[in-house]
Write a protein that binds this ligand. Structure first.
Ligand code: ZN
Length: 449
């Protein structure tokens, strides 16, 4: 069976063929360590993790590189706000990020390069870009001339006609939008605002722009052409477009064969933002009584190319579903068989541009199939991709009988049948479990006796 990915570059589903047979070189845009990531960021990292797990499931050897952006406009700005040296500030958030990856059961990348440890390589690239006249120097920095790179816009589809003429036709900031297609900064000359963050290099005293960092780290660790490059959809422009321009201008070869982008996470139907008060970090999810793996399960239920609407109600039902699944798994006996039919169906789903929601449905179909053999080994195999740790059972699990009663009661409550709902609660209590009703649904607890 053949693995296919939707390639943002060609806007088509394509059969995946790595450069070197059996081996995959993958780069994922990693975190900018100026704060705790929000759960939308983690959707993107789980997406990268699923690609890696699918590739490994298919027998590929994967070399995965995820960068740590530990110097840029935001890290400098916020480390100064906290009066901390940049290194100390970014190391704190890097550590937190790594702990979250463990909790979310994200298979760690083989290499996590840091921007501050790749300055030498960035300087070399910029020197070549200057020599080849793709870059030019101004009084505040060195800029990439997007008009010089003939295929600029091939990933995002931006039109260079929007480019405003004149001397202001360049942008020093790391982040900007499509309306402001401009020459962008490769190297920013030192200003007082940078404090003690600078490097004395052949290019002059200063620091790199954000976009060149990823090009340099990707090339250093993976070579001139990568198989796969991923990121969130909001990295597509300008970040990834600029990465292509810089890298291909330097090397004269294609930078990336397959570009994959994950869609946004919405919260209660809206884009997550601090001002709307719908901004969640992993810790806040945990404080509400949910685990990172329950969040992971929720993420698996929506295809990566679709917007995922996060609500606490959805998270609660993911929690209950995962709980039920773990209970079922707990009762499975290993008959030392694999169910080829279901594994084939599962593989068909993951082959189809990482259709994890369909793969999950295959798992549930297998679970419900009374005549299926080899459930234990087959589900174990599938969980290599899902990464839900279904076979790790540490805490007391809620039996199916209780789960069913809880679901029945939820339905009664939805129908405002309070009498039935109370009767069902009594029944649940008598069986040694209690319920805590929340806006988003009920939490089930085992009574301690
Ligand atoms: Zn990047």
């Amino acid at each position: 069976m053949t693995l296919k990915f939707f390639n943002t570059l060609t806007k088509k589903k394509e059969i995946f063929k790595p450069i070197e047979k059996g081996k995959v070189k993958m780069y994922n845009c990693g975190p900018t360590v100026y704060n705790y990531p929000h759960i939308g960021n983690y959707r993107t990292y789980i997406f990268a993790d699923l690609i890696k797990r699918v590739l490994k499931f298919k027998g590929f050897e994967v070399l995965q590189v995820m960068n740590i952006t530990d110097v840029d406009d935001k890290t400098i700005r916020d480390s100064q706000k906290q009066n901390k040296p940049l290194k100390e500030f970014t190391e704190f958030y890097t550590k937190g990020f790594m702990q979250d990856l463990d909790k979310l059961n994200i298979d760690k990348a083989e290499i996590f390069p840091k921007a501050t440890e790749t300055i030498k390589e960035m300087v070399e690239i910029i020197k070549i870009l200057l020599n080849k006249s793709y870059a030019y120097k101004t009084d505040d920095g060195i800029y990439f001339s997007v008009k010089k790179f003939k295929s600029y816009g091939k990933l995002s589809g931006v039109d260079l006609k929007n480019l405003k003429a004149g001397a202001s036709n360049r942008v020093g900031a790391d982040e900007y939008d499509k309306e402001n297609v401009s020459d962008f900064a490769l190297w920013k000359f030192y200003t007082k605002e940078d404090g003690d963050v600078f490097w004395n290099t052949e290019l002059g005293k200063g620091r790199p722009g954000w976009h060149i960092e990823c090009s340099a780290m990707a090339m250093k660790m993976l070579g001139k052409t990568l198989d796969i490059h991923t990121g969130a959809i909001d990295n597509l422009f300008p970040h990834h477009e600029n990465e292509i321009a810089q890298s291909e201008a330097v090397n004269d070869v294609k930078f990336v064969n397959y570009w994959l982008h994950a869609e946004y996470l919405l919260v209660d139907g809206k884009k997550m933002s601090k001002s709307l008060g719908n901004f969640y970090r992993l810790k806040e999810i945990e404080d509400k009584g949910y685990t990172a793996l329950e969040l992971r399960y929720l993420f698996l239920t929506t295809h990566y190319k679709q917007k995922l609407n996060f609500t606490l109600k959805n998270l609660n039902s993911a929690k209950n579903t995962l709980e039920r699944l773990k209970n079922i798994v707990l009762e499975l006996k290993d008959d030392d068989k694999e169910n080829k039919k279901y594994l084939k169906e599962f593989e068909k789903a993951i082959d189809d541009d990482l259709n994890i929601p369909n793969a999950l449905q295959v798992l549930w179909k297998l679970v419900r199939d009374k005549n299926a053999e080899g459930k234990y080994k087959t589900i174990k195999e599938m969980d290599k991709v899902f990464g839900l740790d279904l076979f790790k059972q540490e805490k007391i699990k809620i039996p199916n009988e209780i789960q069913k009663l809880v679901e029945e009661r939820e339905k009664a409550r939805e129908n405002k049948d309070w009498k039935k709902s109370d009767e069902l609660r009594d029944k649940i209590n008598k069986l040694g479990y209690s319920l805590e009703d929340r806006k988003e649904g009920a939490i089930i607890k085992k009574d301690v006796t």
